[in-house]
Design a protein around this ligand. Structure first.
Ligand SMILES: NC(=O)c1ccc[n+]([C@@H]2O[C@H](COP(=O)([O-])OP(=O)(O)OC[C@H]3O[C@@H](n4cnc5c(N)ncnc54)[C@H](O)[C@@H]3O)[C@@H](O)[C@H]2O)c1
Length: 316
């Protein structure tokens, strides 16, 4: 191991795990693919790992723990399902290895790199929220810089083809974790998440709609600039992330309020942002931007943790 060599492993050899493995293999360090562990010996992901020279096991977390070089691994990405992550963590926590959780299990704190990456560099288990959360929380956080976001609602639509069984098994956690992180990381007082798995063929691109209700007067120009700035920052790790049209604002006055069933009359601004995420096509084709927004955020987070880890171990 050197300063530019930080061995990592991936649990889960499905859509997310395989896309992440390819991104790490194509990266220029410090992350080095040291292992992939799945439970389906016939999975395309394990076959690809072996072809690409990455040690692979079909025996899940136990197979990973039994690998002779397990002690070198600095971080394990979990790309299985929320339920499997809970089991995997009970086995890996005593081994003292960090986990970066790409499932919505949310055992550790939430991380959305452009909003709070530096706050949890010591976390032993860090959660990457969801693909819908990684796409929309930066926008809510940009709006929350300029006023009180009393409500945020997001609608995330992805192609059925890009959602493997692990995603389908974790849909309840997807909704709960995304809504919780829209509040704790995005800064909204209340939040709602809607997810659509669209079976259309040819498959649809990942699209997200973000609504924010901002109390009272708000400077529309300032909000729009913050959103554009945030999109540019996400673009540094996901080039296909973009607004499909200008940010829309509607103003509701005391004479013309918006009526909300749960809370009554709302006076202020409703902001709507429409986003599209085109993937780089490293594993599934470009429609699956939902893979890229998650795997690129996870890779950027692990790279930052690797830099921090190297710095702190040199200092001690
Ligand atoms: N597909 C997406 O767009 C997306 C985006 C962001 C996050 N996620 C999350 O990533 C996870 C994986 O999603 P996916 O679409 O890649 O699903 P998937 O079904 O394609 O992949 C999951 C893989 O994990 C393996 N697996 C299951 N239990 C395991 C265990 N105990 N140990 C090792 N391997 C195990 C499965 O055999 C499968 O290969 C889910 O939790 C999902 O919520 C998915």
């Amino acid at each position: 191991m050197t300063q530019n060599d930080w061995p990592v492993a991936i649990l889960g050899s499905g859509n997310i795990g395989t896309d992440l493995m390819i991104k790490i293999l194509q990266g220029d360090g410090p992350l080095r693919m040291a292992a992939v562990a799945g439970i389906d010996p016939d999975s395309d992901g394990l076959a690809r790992a072996r072809r690409l020279g990455v040690p692979a096991t079909p025996d899940g977390v136990d197979g990973l723990l039994a690998m002779p070089h397990f002690g070198d691994i600095r971080l394990v990405f979990d790309a299985t399902s929320a339920a499997s992550h809970r089991t995997n963590w009970t086995k890996l926590e005593p081994a003292g290895v960090r986990m970066l959780d790409l499932t919505p299990a949310a055992i550790g704190p939430y991380c959305v790199p452009v909003v709070n990456l530096d706050e949890h560099l010591d976390a032993t288990n860090l959660n990457m929220v969801t693909c819908g959360g990684q796409s929309t929380i930066p926008i809510v956080a940009a709006v929350a810089q300029h006023g009180i976001v009393s409500y945020a609602e997001i609608v995330s639509s992805i192609s059925s083809k890009s959602a493997g069984p692990g995603t389908r098994a974790s849909i309840d956690e997807f909704i709960e974790t995304t809504s919780a992180a829209l509040q704790s990381v995005g800064g909204a007082q209340r939040a709602k998440t809607v997810m659509i798995l669209n079976p259309a063929d040819p498959p649809v691109l990942m699209r997200n709609t973000v609504y924010c209700l901002v109390n009272g007067d708000v400077d529309h120009g300032a909000v729009e600039s913050s959103i554009i700035d945030m999109v540019a920052r996400v673009n540094r790790y996901v080039p296909g992330y973009r607004l499909t049209r200008g940010v829309q604002f509607e103003t509701f006055t005391a004479e013309n309020p918006l009526y909300i069933p749960q809370t009554g009359k709302f006076v202020g601004t409703r902001m709507t942002a429409l986003l599209q995420v085109t993937g780089a096509g490293q594993y599934l084709p470009g429609y699956a931007g939902n893979l890229d927004i998650m795997t690129s955020a996870a890779k950027a987070t692990a790279e930052r943790i690797a830099g921090y880890d190297t710095q702190t171990s040199r200092a001690s």
